[in-house]
Design a protein around this ligand. Structure first.
Ligand SMILES: Nc1ncnc2c1ncn2[C@@H]1O[C@H](COP(=O)(O)OP(=O)(O)O)[C@@H](O)[C@H]1O
Ligand SMILES: [Mg+2]
Length: 304
């Protein structure tokens, strides 16, 4: 299974190119799933058919999905409440209710929701040849792509702290001896400790997602004008910082009359020679009422 991400500023043509790419790959005989991770979905509009939160068959080889980000966010919050309640069931000292109430407003929930969906799809939908992700505008996308890396680092730290706690428990256990069977005894071995098991599980999950991102085909979409330049630069720098490879760049909505600004924008973004990168210009298409996914231009070349 190959994974393709279309990223870029709002309005540059991410959804259009993602949809065209998915459609063209499916017409070439590949089994393709396109998933929108943009809270402002428009896969349904582009394909001119209602699309639910579950994947929907569009043609024999093409499936469409608009991720249910709200539900994923709610589930994420629920799950955290459950974990906290379970882990701290032995103490009544903290007032968690207050914390739970504001949890839904805390920063990062939306990103985690997207990541959760991404992780589930990458894990479950292995029968597809390609999964194409249509992403929200730059900032949010970069934060989503950064999450697995950040999470692995954080969870690693938490595991270290937990290990220290378990060691201390073991010491205490040795000093006090075994409590009577009715007595309350906290586990000191990693395998018996539910917190440690949970941390290991989370760690493994994020490591897997990070590996998938590393081998994903990430594309940046921009337009031959200076408006999209800065945001495209932010994506390119962001991906470099995250050590995620940029596979393709689409200079979309190109017209001959814009050739000099296209040259300049491309040069600003990628320097004189773009090296390994697949850089292409996608011409401005005539507007069509239906079927914006039926683009003449071959969007799939970089991904075959
Ligand atoms: N190559 C193109 N030629 C003409 N119109 C385009 C092209 N690519 C995108 N568009 C139009 O630009 C607008 C924004 O495109 P969209 O794919 O929704 O952008 P994004 O997903 O990046 O916000 C839409 O009206 C779309 O039809
Ligand atoms: Mg879009």
């Amino acid at each position: 299974m190959r994974t393709i991400f279309f990223t870029g500023k709002g309005g540059v043509g991410k959804s259009t190119l993602a949809a065209s790419c998915a459609w063209q790959l499916s017409e070439q005989g590949f089994k393709v799933l396109i998933v929108s991770l943009d809270p402002a979905h428009n896969v349904a509009d582009i394909f001119g058919t209602p699309v639910g939160h579950a994947k929907k068959k569009f043609t024999r080889n093409l499936y469409l999905q608009e991720a249910d980000l709200e539900k994923a966010a709610a589930a994420y919050i629920e799950q955290n409440i459950d974990i906290l309640t379970e882990v701290y069931s032995y103490t009544r000292t903290f007032n968690f209710d207050m914390y739970f109430k504001v949890l839904r407003y805390s920063p990062g929930v939306e990103e985690y929701a997207s990541l959760t969906i991404m992780e589930q799809i990458l894990r479950r939908e292995t029968s597809f040849d390609y999964v194409v992700f249509d992403t929200p505008p730059t900032g949010l996308t970069l934060r989503i792509l950064a999450l697995p890396n950040i999470s692995v680092t954080w969870v690693d730290r938490l595991r270290r702290i937990r290990r220290q706690i378990l060691e201390k428990r073991y010491t205490i256990h040795n000093i006090t001896g075994k409590y009577s069977e009715e007595g309350f005894r906290l586990p000191y071995e990693e395998k018996d400790d539910s917190v440690m098991r949970k941390l290991n599980e989370i760690w493994q999950r994020y490591v897997n997602v990070y590996q998938s991102l590393k081998s994903a085909d990430i594309a940046v979409v921009f337009n031959p004008d200076y408006l999209s330049l800065r945001e495209s630069q932010r994506i390119i720098t962001g991906l470099k910082d995250l050590q995620l490879p940029l596979r393709a760049a689409f200079d979309n909505k190109y017209e001959d009359r814009l050739s000099s600004s296209a040259d300049e924008v491309e040069k600003e973004l990628f320097g004189r020679n773009s090296g390994e990168l697949y850089l292409t210009r996608v011409p401005l298409q005539e507007a069509r009422r239906n079927g914006a996914y039926r683009m003449q231009f071959d969007v799939t070349e970089a991904f075959r």
